[in-house]
Design a protein around this ligand. Structure first.
Ligand code: ATP
Length: 300
């Protein structure tokens, strides 16, 4: 069971919201979609879900085009959250579970499991409008997974959550992955993607600017980040022709360099000046790569 997106395009009028992306997500894996606002992530998700028809190309799950007929196989947490504020959590979940073809007993069993897991059992009989935003998000997540979907699409699942709830939701997503759920999610928080995903796609104006295994992307990405601490002033590195970006860190400085050769040159320069306490060359963070690839495009 694989999700395959084959050269998919979506045009709104003359605007290419998604402009020829292809990807494959294997059963039980977790795939991260990144991109600035308006890069085309939600449009891609809507095409996966069969809510939007691609202008060109196709999306297949297990060899079939997804549509409302397969709604029971898919779970979706949309970016714009929407629950019925006047319904109780229980009635809400029963209603949404039934739409997914579930029987009441099964819904209640799953609901109890998830409410306990998220430590919100006491909200079962509360109206949604009485819950905080973070807790509403948990309920909406439960609504997306109640029917044990094979494919789970999460649009910005961690936005607006405090660190404790964010960790709780991450653990829940990992648990679902262990149950062999195939998961695709988008996030503006690079850390979350780094922590959770093996494979990613970074979109810019509807095109993939990076795609593949995250560790390989980092390894093969030329740019390196170097943490330096020394017994002398390092601010001269700001003006070094070998340094692309200079940042003062708590305990020393961090510089970005184009490749390992440049790092070596800087190390030699530093060694001539005095005692270097720390010189650590690291793979760039996803944040660094994002800024490098998408940086000037934050509002596209
Ligand atoms: N129904 C629509 N009609 C016209 N243009 C649309 C429509 N839906 C999306 N777009 C445009 O397509 C582009 C991609 O939008 P999309 O919502 O997919 O981006 P996104 O990557 O999910 O952004 P964000 O991170 O802000 O949610 C944007 O320029 C948006 O304005």
């Amino acid at each position: 069971m694989t999700l395959i997106i084959n050269d998919v395009k979506k045009k709104f009028g003359q605007h290419h919201a998604v402009d020829g992306i292809s990807l494959q997500v294997e059963k039980g894996s977790m795939f991260g979609m990144l991109g600035a606002n308006g890069a085309g992530k939600t449009t891609t998700f809507r095409m996966i879900l069969g809510l939007l028809d691609p202008t060109e190309g196709d999306v297949k799950w297990n060899g079939n085009r997804l549509s409302y007929k397969y709604t029971n196989l898919i779970g979706y947490l949309p970016e714009e959250r929407g629950l019925y504020p006047k319904l109780t959590v229980r009635d809400q979940l029963i209603y949404l579970g039934k739409l997914k073809g579930m029987k009441k007993n099964a819904i209640i069993e799953e609901m109890k499991f998830w409410l306990a897991r998220f430590k919100v059992e006491e909200y079962e009989t509360k109206k949604v409008e009485e819950l905080s935003k973070g807790n509403q998000q948990k309920i909406q997540f439960i609504a997306a997974v109640l029917h044990k979907p094979e494919l789970l699409i999460l649009d910005e699942p961690f936005s607006g959550l405090d660190p404790v709830n964010s960790d709780m939701l991450k653990a829940a997503v990992r648990y679902l992955q262990e149950q062999q759920t195939t998961i695709v999610f988008s996030s503006h928080q690079m850390r979350n993607v780094e922590e959770m995903c093996e494979d990613i796609m970074m979109l810019k104006r509807g095109k993939a600017v990076l795609h593949g295994n995250l560790n390989e992307i980092k390894r093969s990405y030329g740019m390196k980040s170097v943490s330096i601490r020394a017994d002398f002033d390092l601010t001269f590195l700001k003006n070094s022709p070998h340094v692309d970006k200079f940042t003062e860190a708590k305990n020393g400085v961090t510089v970005q360099v184009e490749n390992e050769e440049k790092a070596k040159i800087i190390f030699q320069e530093l060694a001539e000046k005095g005692f270097v306490r720390k010189f650590e060359v690291e793979e760039p963070s996803l944040h660094d790569i994002f800024i490098d690839k998408v940086g000037g495009d934050a509002n596209e």
